[in-house]
Design a protein around this ligand. Structure first.
Ligand code: ADP
Ligand code: F6P
Length: 520
């Protein structure tokens, strides 16, 4: 582990996330897809504790994570729960809403009930895991589990708890569309620290609290939200990252060399443009394909000298919008190849619809002359961090095209930034990127890789655990002060312990002391 142990580093962690990090795939136990697992798995390998998550329908999971003592706490869900909680509320309501309503969020009362019920199950299982490890930090992840922090607090008052959101938080105007918006905010404010990838998302969250909880006597003070009972919830900006050392290692493994040789043969005499994503409508895959099409239309010479390879890992294919996306992507690939394949030559667009191992991905990253990361909105995007790391490890001079609407764009100013909504502009940005000199590109890759190495996922974890420990300690000090000098009146103001401020009156029946119970 990088760095020295600081506050919180030597404590066990009970991670609570929708998915467990492993599932049973075609080749036995495989890593679950997505950025959250990529980031958290190596971290949990260095921290004792437990990982509470949905078993994804897999039975016979190992009791601990391979290569570590982390206990797996699998949660089984019924088919109806998967449909209504995961496909429904998480991925057809919250996912589009939090991604700036880029697809229309669907609001269904039955989905909300399922979300609440499943969050309650997670909260209970997490509390039980914490009962077994009372010195652990509870660390709850992502939009699928936004009620869990408050549920843990109700079961284990004083439990140090952090929440990290792996996706964007939209402007208050968009978040306010959610019929259950106050319950979600209340759930999150059960944590000691609520953290985001960027200052923009954090600011949006704070402004959402001000706008939507103003009748609840909460107060935003700087970066904190002060609740009516005086407890302060800290917010933090903490851009997530990758295990840079692990990807550097993959870059130079003999298997990778071998894969690169085979791929180099396949793409002989072609400049390789690469896209690597979960098949998700936020990723701008359609815009990317249309930009490549324009490029080929404008430059007939490129039809036999470049290849664009899109690797898409299947995702959420029980959700209507994802199924439609798959069909649309396949139609575009077919159309472009139909139009621009020169007789006797290879097709210009290649498409793989499958998951690959990190080592296999490293070979593609190593060979690609350009990586096109063009999301319409993306909380962070780890693929670009993986690419610059592998390129740098092999002394490559690849170029990174990076949407300005990713969290990563803030951190990687040396990338060629682009606006994927401007498809024609994007096609020109690709041309521009390919025209940069190898020295310029290599220097940019080196600078970005250095940043990713310095701010790797281990540092992210250390900082987050320290932040949670610090915030929880401040809250318990406040409670101790309250006990030592109890307030004698109800009108002590927002920080007066144990009392609602006079203006707010007394808690009403059915409300938690100092904070309200989520409504149905
Ligand atoms: P998200 O969290 O939205 O999926 P990120 O870019 O943050 O997006 O993380 C995606 C993760 O999934 C990366 O670690 C990447 O390596 C991995 N990934 C993407 N495509 C594939 C694929 N085809 N096969 C295996 N892993 C993939
Ligand atoms: O990063 C957002 C996220 O939902 C993560 O929680 C998860 O790692 C990834 O996308 C994959 O999503 P799912 O678990 O729905 O396949």
């Amino acid at each position: 582990m990088n760095g020295t142990l600081i506050d919180g580093q030597d404590r066990p962690v009970v991670a609570v996330a929708n998915r467990l990090p492993v599932h049973h795939g075609d080749n036995g136990w495989e890593l679950s897809p997505g950025g959250l697992v990529t980031a958290l798995r190596p971290v949990m390998a260095t921290h004792p504790g437990a990982w509470v998550g949905w078993d994804g329908g897999t039975k016979g999971l190992p009791p601990t994570l391979p290569d570590s003592g982390v206990r797996l706490v699998p949660i089984g869900l019924s088919a109806a729960q998967v449909r209504n909680y995961y496909h429904g509320f998480a991925n057809a309501t919250l996912w589009p809403l939090l991604h700036n309503a880029i697809e229309k969020p669907r609001f269904e009362q039955a989905w909300w009930y399922a979300y609440r019920d499943v969050n309650t199950i997670f909260g209970e299982r997490a509390a039980a895991a914490l009962d077994d490890q009372p010195d652990a930090i509870a660390w709850v992840h992502d939009y699928q589990l936004m009620l869990v922090p408050q549920l843990i607090r109700e079961r284990r008052g004083g439990q140090p708890t952090g929440f990290f959101l792996h996706v964007p938080w939209p402007s208050p105007g968009i978040f306010a569309r959610l019929p259950w918006r106050e319950q979600i905010l209340t759930g999150l404010l059960g944590a000691d620290v609520v953290a985001f990838h960027t200052d923009e998302y954090r600011g949006n969250f704070l402004r959402s609290c001000v706008r939507l909880l103003r009748d609840d006597d909460i107060e935003v003070r700087g970066d904190s939200v002060v609740l009516p009972d005086g407890r302060a919830v800290t917010t933090a900006t903490a851009p997530i990252s990758i295990d840079a050392a692990e990807f550097t290692q993959h870059a130079v493994e003999p298997e990778t060399d071998n894969d690169i040789r085979l791929l180099a043969e396949q793409f002989r005499d072609r400049t390789l443009l690469l896209g690597v994503d979960r098949l998700d409508y936020t990723k701008g895959i359609i815009e990317r394909l249309l930009a490549v099409e324009m490029l080929l239309e404008r430059n007939p010479g490129l039809r036999t000298s470049i290849s664009f390879l899109q690797i898409a890992v299947p995702s959420r294919d029980d959700v209507r919008e994802y199924r439609q996306l798959r069909t649309t992507v396949e139609q575009h690939v077919g159309r472009i190849n139909g139009l621009y394949t020169e007789p006797g030559s290879d097709v210009p667009v290649h498409y793989l619809y499958r998951g690959l191992s990190q080592q296999q991905l490293a070979a593609y990253y190593a060979l690609a002359d350009a990586l096109l990361v063009t999301p319409l909105i993306d909380g962070m995007n780890l693929v670009c961090k993986e690419y610059v790391t592998v390129q740098n490890a092999r002394g490559g001079s690849g170029v990174l095209l990076l949407s300005e609407f990713t969290g990563a764009a803030d951190e990687l100013p040396q990338a060629v930034h682009c606006n994927p909504f401007d498809v024609e502009g994007l096609s020109y940005r690709i041309e521009y990127a390919l025209g940069l000199t190898a020295d310029t590109r290599r220097a940019a890759i080196a600078a970005m890789a250095a940043h990713v190495r310095d701010y790797d996922v281990y540092r992210w974890v250390s900082d987050q655990l320290a932040e949670i420990t610090k915030a929880a300690t401040a809250v318990s000090r406040l409670s101790a002060d309250r006990a030592a000098s109890p307030c004698t009146a109800g009108g002590g103001g927002a920080l007066c312990p144990g009392h609602w401020p006079a203006a707010a009156g007394r808690p009403q029946p059915g409300r938690a002391p100092g904070w309200r119970t989520p409504r149905r």
